[in-house]
Write a protein that binds this ligand. Structure first.
Ligand code: GLU
Length: 307
């Protein structure tokens, strides 16, 4: 009988600052969901944006995860070190005839007369899709590269959000995989990195749910299996504001000075519906309590004075 494969999850933080409560929450759920089934966790630093990220922040992130009690089994190379690997996959897409150069400027794109998506991006209208080679050369500058998307529905059953579907041709349009400055974009890097690391389960914030269909399309083109997805709800303050990196008093740099990890984990676990009564909880205890059925599916309001 074939042995049942262990699930493989991941942390994929962007080392651009201290973890805030939203990052902590997504990391806790990613860890608990894997550890409660005795699976494996991979850590990867998503530092494609070299202006905003640093090795110091990456080191602090590792320490913050360990302080919370969240360990991992291996760390794979940071994205900034992997452009030669991404080159190979980019070439593969080019060989399939699916890429084309795009010369649209930022302001042209900003003024696109098309619906904008909730994350502020727009549906690309295909301006550069059929440019002749002469027209391409006439621009005289390096282009970004876009991937043609098919008119087809992508569907997933998200462990937190339930059924989700998107037609990339309608909801997104052809999307950039490499910028004009040669830097690969998140969508390509995350697909390659998760695929090569054998990740079977992607757990992250709800704000990335709309990216999943682009990644599923790339997985199919590049020969990777689709992972299962769990997009955890956003954390909001009691007045309905989304908590973010700007809430400096809620990042781990501050919280670690005054709180114990068990207090923080218990607070979040209770707010998320994983435990019924407020209590202190270690990461291990959280894994014992965790199930996707218990996790609240909608935005989670936090009374931040009670952490
Ligand atoms: N690097 C992203 C972040 O820190 C997460 C991307 C992902 O999980 O796919 O928000």
């Amino acid at each position: 009988m074939e042995a049942v494969k262990k699930p493989v999850g991941r942390f994929a933080p962007t080392p651009s600052g201290r973890m805030h409560l939203g990052n902590v929450f997504a990391a806790l759920i990613a860890w608990a969901s894997i550890r409660c089934r005795d699976g494996e966790l991979v850590l990867r630093m998503e530092d494609l944006d070299t202006q905003r990220t640093s090795a110091e922040f990456a080191q602090t992130l590792r320490e913050d995860l360990l302080w919370l009690g969240l360990d991992w089994d291996r760390e794979t190379p940071a994205q900034s070190q992997r452009s030669a690997v991404y080159d190979g996959y980019f070439q593969h897409l080019a060989d399939m005839g699916l890429l084309y150069p795009c010369y649209c400027t930022r302001s042209q794109l900003h003024n696109v007369n098309a619906p904008h998506l909730s994350d502020g991006t727009y549906v690309y209208p295909g301006t550069c899709r059929d440019l002749s080679p002469e027209a391409q050369t006439a621009f005289g500058r390096a282009p970004a590269w876009r991937l043609r998307v098919p008119d087809r529905l992508w569907q997933l059953d998200d462990m937190a959000q339930g059924h989700f579907e998107q037609n990339l041709a309608v909801d997104c349009g052809d999307f950039v995989v490499r910028r004009a400055d040669g830097v690969y974009v998140y969508q390509l890097a995350v697909t390659v990195d998760d695929g090569e690391a054998g990740v079977t389960e992607v757990v992250r914030g709800m704000d990335l749910l709309g990216s999943a269909p682009r990644q599923m399309y790339l997985q199919e083109l590049l020969g990777f299996a689709h992972p299962t997805y769990g997009h955890v709800p956003m954390l909001l303050s009691s007045d309905g504001r989304r908590l973010s990196k700007r809430d400096k008093d809620l990042d781990l740099g501050v919280l670690r000075r005054t709180r114990k990890p068990e207090a923080l984990i218990g607070f979040l676990a209770h707010a998320a519906g994983i435990i019924d009564q407020p209590a202190c909880l270690s990461a291990k205890e959280l894994a014992g309590e965790f199930s996707w059925e218990k996790l609240r599916k909608t935005d989670i309001y936090l009374d931040i004075n009670h952490i």
